[in-house]
Design a binder for this molecule. Structure first.
Ligand code: DC
Length: 217
């Protein structure tokens, strides 16, 4: 059977990861979180003490074809790595390297039934011919409220207004980036993730069932 590719794009804190994990489990697909690849590359750059604007050294690193782990470690979620990741994700040569990695991962794992891949440019650039493209929509205020609750629940101090400001800033950076800005990919389905997760699941499963029906005909 043909390998199924489902892409999930959307802004920061819109619940892409939760949706991707849910789809992977329910439909027995492999989950690829493209943000991890960007973060692992940023960690390598950080360890080598290279600044985000030292294009000469950054290009040298890419030329050396660094291996990028898919492990989601605590280190790659740190504030330092997050900030550096945003800064290096604007460069075309870096994006092209990570895009190639994603396509290789999908190609190499030919034994998989398919992949669900989440990020900011997956349906618009990396896998333009995906079987199903989803774009997750959640209002800025709801995203900030959810992130705030997550932090408070995990015992961290947090200020709602500060989080809302950060989310607005990341949206602006993602949407205004020169290369591969965050856009609603052509042919994508809008997934409304403002309400309960059950509502979100219904929207998604309806779409997946219809593409699977189409593929088996
Ligand atoms: O989804 P995340 O927070 O792990 O993403 C980390 C950073 O990488 C974030 O600044 C956006 C960027 N990113 C990107 O530009 N394109 C992707 N496909 C995935 C992530």
């Amino acid at each position: 059977m043909k390998k199924i590719i489902i892409t999930i794009d959307g802004p920061a804190a819109s619940g892409k990861e939760k949706i991707a994990k849910y789809i992977a489990k329910k439909w027995k697909l492999k989950h690829l979180d493209s943000g991890i690849l960007y973060r692992q590359l940023a960690l390598i750059i950080l360890k080598k003490k290279i600044k985000y604007d030292n294009l000469f050294e950054l290009r040298k690193i890419i030329k050396s074809k660094p291996k990028l782990s898919l492990r989601k470690t605590k280190k790659i979620r740190s504030q330092e790595v997050s900030a550096l990741t945003s800064s290096i994700a604007v460069y075309k040569f870096i994006r092209e390297y990570i895009n190639r990695k994603q396509r290789q991962i999908v190609k190499i794992n030919s034994n998989q039934r398919g992949f669900v891949i989440d990020g900011r440019d997956i349906g618009s650039v990396v896998f333009k011919k995906a079987d199903l493209k989803l774009f997750v929509y959640v209002s800025e205020k709801n995203r900030a409220k959810r992130r705030y609750k997550q932090l408070i629940d995990s015992g961290e101090k947090s200020i709602y207004q500060k989080i809302l400001k950060e989310i607005k800033l990341r949206d602006r950076q993602d949407k205004n980036r020169k290369h591969s800005p965050l856009v609603i990919p052509k042919g994508s389905h809008l997934i409304e993730n403002n309400g309960s997760f059950n509502d979100t699941k219904k929207q998604i499963n309806y779409l997946i069932r219809s593409i699977l029906d189409g593929l088996s005909k």
